[in-house]
Design a protein around this ligand. Structure first.
Ligand SMILES: Cc1cc2nc3c(=O)[nH]c(=O)nc-3n(C[C@H](O)[C@H](O)[C@H](O)COP(=O)(O)OP(=O)(O)OC[C@H]3O[C@@H](n4cnc5c(N)ncnc54)[C@H](O)[C@@H]3O)c2cc1C
Length: 414
């Protein structure tokens, strides 16, 4: 780009959400420019569990956190950890999070998530029509939750009922049925749930890259790190790392876990933090599972990618600045090796930053202080799933046609 350029809409971030927003806006006829610091799908969108988790309507902030807290926090086998040295910084977020852990908020947030999830495939459909290469990466074989302990399956009854009420398709499976579906789980399961409408991608990065082809072909994606957003009479002036500026009529902030810093540029203080998560990958000729399979007690998915098995998940609260915690990688490795009887060494590991708000809902919609700035971030465990739906909502917001329920995702709700 030359020294100062102009665009109708700038999108900051080229993860799943930014790319889907840019594509929706492009399809609605806007002149769109994407600014991305590192590369397409280089953030959380790179290494996730690669699932379209249309069943993911139960928020992390849930009432039984209170009774499960001792086990979650102090068991050496917990998939959830806090970096206690970061507690002072985390405390305001945690207080808000605990404020959501009651039945009323849980049901309300769950309803909003279900509303968003209902447009998972519909939100992607118009984008995939133009990008058949991306379409071929989707495998519709469902996702499986497998429970090691029968008591935990019984305890999941409330969630199952809630998903039933929300119209999410699920099949309860006994021990033998899980083993029939995924023979590798035999001996490690007391039963499970198959989410028939969920699906997985051969590789999320390849999918987002394929999806972004029309934007790249038109030269709409630029590598630049945004450092400032300043409201002016002519539009929003975006400063980026090389000292250049881009003037935009409207700006969409889709910068994942880094979005709150950009929102502060116009005075919005949004309680966005990160739930850190990990993956390890094994290169395998024969991947022993055929669909994303989650040993629920361990809170990660084992997902078959092309020629690889990716085990991705767990939650670590700390800081976006902290390096990877080797204990967390070992936790996943030990469990996945044990369950799938793997002898080979992991080929790759990864740490990623889920962008998470305390109520497990994203922020989608205009800034309360600067209506020319539209937010699209905070999709926590579901950003890959919800990117298409979010793109549609952002385009609707710009046309002044957002649905009433979207107020539950407003930036002003905190
Ligand atoms: C272990 C793990 C497993 C997961 N599994 C799943 C799953 O199976 N299904 C699912 O739906 N979700 C899953 N998620 C969550 C999902 O990955 C995220 O919600 C999603 O990737 C968020 O997408 P995003 O586009 O908002 O953010 P990101 O993918 O993080 O993209 C943000 C982009 O903004 C760029 N950026 C940041 N700041 C700037 C700046 N100042 N200037 C320019 N560019 C900037 C970054 O470089 C980055 O590319 C998982 C996450 C983890 C960690």
């Amino acid at each position: 780009m030359s020294h100062t350029e102009r665009t109708e809409i700038a999108v900051i971030g080229a993860g799943a959400v930014g790319i889907a927003c840019a594509l929706w806006l492009r399809q609605r006829g806007y002149d769109v420019t994407v600014l991305e610091r590192e590369g397409i799908a280089s953030g959380a969108s790179f290494g996730n569990a690669s699932t379209f988790a249309v069943h993911g309507s139960t928020p992390i902030a849930r009432p039984d956190i209170w009774s499960n807290a001792p086990q979650l926090l102090f068991s050496p086998d917990s998939p959830f950890v806090i970096n206690w040295s970061r507690l002072p910084r985390l405390t305001p977020w945690l207080i808000r999070f605990l404020g959501q852990c009651n039945k009323k908020r849980f049901l309300k947030n769950s309803g909003t998530l279900a509303q968003l999830l209902g447009d998972t495939y519909g939100g992607y459909a118009p984008l995939l029509e133009e990008t058949p290469d991306a379409q071929t990466l989707i495998n519709r074989r469902g996702c499986l939750y497998s429970f090691r302990q029968a008591a935990n399956l019984r305890a999941a009854h409330g969630d199952i009922e809630l998903r039933d009420k929300m119209g999410i398709h699920q099949q309860r499976l006994n021990e033998a049925e899980v083993a029939e579906l995924e023979p590798a789980m035999e001996g490690h399961t007391k039963g499970g749930i198959l989410f028939t409408d969920s699906s997985h991608l051969d590789d999320p990065e390849a999918f987002i890259r394929a999806l972004s082809a029309p934007l790249r072909a038109e030269g709409r994606v630029h590598i630049a790190s945004v450092t400032s957003i300043k409201p002016t009479g002519q539009g929003l002036s975006i400063g980026h790392s090389d000292g250049q500026t881009l003037l935009a009529d409207k700006v969409v902030v889709a910068s994942g876990a880094w979005s709150a810093t950009l929102a502060r540029q116009v005075g919005d203080r949004i309680p966005l933090d990160t739930e850190r998560g990990y993956h390890i990958e094994f290169d395998l000729d024969n991947v022993p599972v055929s669909r994303p399979t989650c040993p629920v007690e361990n809170a990660f998915y084992m997902t078959p990618l092309q020629g690889r098995l990716r085990a991705a998940g767990t939650v670590e609260l700390g800081s976006i600045r902290d390096p990877a915690n080797p204990k967390r990688l070992r936790y996943i490795e030990q469990h996945v090796r044990h369950i799938l009887n793997l002898n080979s060494e992991p080929a790759r590991t990864w740490l990623g930053f889920r962008p998470s708000l305390p109520d497990s809902l994203p922020v989608i919609g205009p800034s309360p202080r600067e209506p020319r700035l539209i937010y699209a971030f905070g999709h926590q465990h579901l950003g890959l799933t919800l990117a298409g739906a979010t793109g549609r909502l952002v385009a609707d917001c710009l046309a002044g046609q957002q649905p009433d329920w979207l107020k539950h995702c407003s930036a002003g709700r905190f």
